[in-house]
Design a protein around this ligand. Structure first.
Ligand code: PLP
Length: 424
């Protein structure tokens, strides 16, 4: 007979992506934020070196966003956007996003976050080809190590295999396949093997985030776009992390000179002050749904909180701050400083095997004998939040309002942790 097993007693909240026995009893409970810092209920003040989950771009607890939310809620909390109904904030935000979009003359679908945005982008890609009468074009390609959220499509196209495993089939939505991360020949080979007549779209992050901060190999994204055009495959750029300034451009598509068919966004559109995401859609996809004809098809998608008025008002206030404080120019400066600091760190610390910076987004890959999890825990003891990513990598993506001194102190703290580890 097997021994009775202890069931841990923890808070009612089941945490996200957590091995519960490892977190129960040692959770960091955050109750406050201010600028680049957060504070736990037991009074610890921590520098938010990851901007939460890459979202707190303007920093925490900005009064202008609180005021925008309050002003909207006392006027109209929200109204849905189904059929004839719409709210004025959703209309206004979509217009503004269309004006910022790297896709010319786009339409905008709004929803509540990144996983949602991926779901609708993949669904719309498949819908597009069905409407075109090319009914076999259903497969969605994604890259090794990719992270596209954890709704059904995001889970299905996960390039981090552990996110796709355990559901009984290779992927929840069956028609998916993965390609290597930077290899255009391999992508061409996969397209030939599956057949372009069976492929709806490829989804890529411009810079892989959770997969370990992997900037694209030179020419890779341009090559993906070219293969897509050549084979009638839709190109979906997942800008959930990179959208709204993280690379120093409003979208990474501008940095890499891309014009995808669909762009997903979330996080930075509100800097996390309200749950909001969405997609930008190119005319080749939206035109057929706008033909003035009784036979024009309907895209059967929507959610009660798609285009939530308060979330849209908050997004507008967030975009005002990005523009007013010229935070994209600040990101360009911070990228240079981060690049310099991480190169110096690598030169000093033998335990650093690689550093990668693209935009204000950095990854520090550690030697195998120093676990990134342990290093991140030690950093918290010093008052700095980093995060272990795939490939034994530490994430650095602080808010755009970080000062030069704060960034230097953050990298100094990593140096300190690594020198202590190296001495063991
Ligand atoms: N896509 C990318 C590239 C992401 O990094 C994330 C989240 O980190 C998502 C999609 C999912 O976004 P959300 O967590 O808002 O659903």
């Amino acid at each position: 007979m097997s021994a009775p097993r202890t069931i841990l007693d923890g808070p009612a909240l089941w945490s996200a992506q957590a091995h519960m026995p490892s977190v129960v009893g040692r959770q960091l409970v955050i109750e406050r934020g201010q600028g680049c810092y957060i504070q736990t209920i037991d009074g610890r003040r921590l520098f938010d070196g990851t901007a939460g989950l890459w979202h707190a771009n303007i920093g925490h607890a900005h009064p202008a966003l609180a005021e925008a939310a309050r002003a909207q809620m006392v006027k109209l909390e929200t109204y849905h956007t189904f059929a004839r109904f719409v709210n004025d904030r959703a209309i206004a935000l979509a217009e503004r996003l269309a004006g910022l979009s790297p896709i010319a003359d786009p339409k905008v679908i709004l929803n509540t976050g990144g996983s949602d945005a991926i779901d609708v982008a993949c669904k719309l890609a498949r819908r597009h080809w069905q409407r075109e009468g090319r009914s076999t074009k259903t497969t969605i390609l994604s890259r090794e190590y990719a992270y596209h959220g954890l709704h059904a499509f995001g889970t299905s196209i996960a390039g981090l295999d552990f996110n796709r495993e355990g559901y009984g089939t290779e992927s929840l939505v069956p028609e998916t396949a993965r390609v290597p991360v930077h290899d255009l020949d391999a992508l061409a080979g996969t397209i030939a093997r599956i057949g372009p007549e069976n492929i709806a779209a490829i989804v890529t992050e411009p810079i892989q985030g959770t997969g370990g901060v992997n900037p694209p190999a030179p020419g890779y994204l341009e090559g993906v776009q070219q293969l897509c055009r050549q084979h009638d495959i839709l190109f979906i750029l997942d800008e959930v992390i990179t959208g709204f300034g993280r690379t120093g451009n409003m979208f990474a598509a501008e940095r890499f000179d891309l014009e995808p068919d669909l762009i997903t966004f979330a996080k930075g559109v509100t800097s996390g002050y309200a749950p909001l995401g969405g997609i930008l859609i190119s005319p080749n996809i939206w035109h057929p749904f706008y033909v003035d004809d009784a036979a024009t098809p309907v895209f059967r998608h929507g959610a009660t909180y798609a285009g939530h008025a308060t979330a849209c008002a908050v997004a507008m206030a967030n975009l005002d701050i990005l523009e007013r404080e010229d935070l994209l120019s600040r990101v360009a400066q911070l990228e240079q400083l981060l690049d310099r600091l991480l190169k110096q760190l690598q030169a000093r610390r033998p335990s650093v095997v690689d550093v990668r910076v693209c935009g204000f987004l950095g990854g520090v890959t550690l030697a195998e004998d120093i676990a990134a999890e342990r290093a991140a825990d030690a950093l918290i003891e010093l008052g700095f939040i980093s995060r272990p990513l795939r490939g034994n990598t530490l994430q650095l993506s602080p808010p755009f309002i970080t000062t030069d001194d704060e960034l230097t102190q953050f990298v100094d703290a990593i140096d300190h942790v690594l020198s202590t580890e190296e001495a063991k």
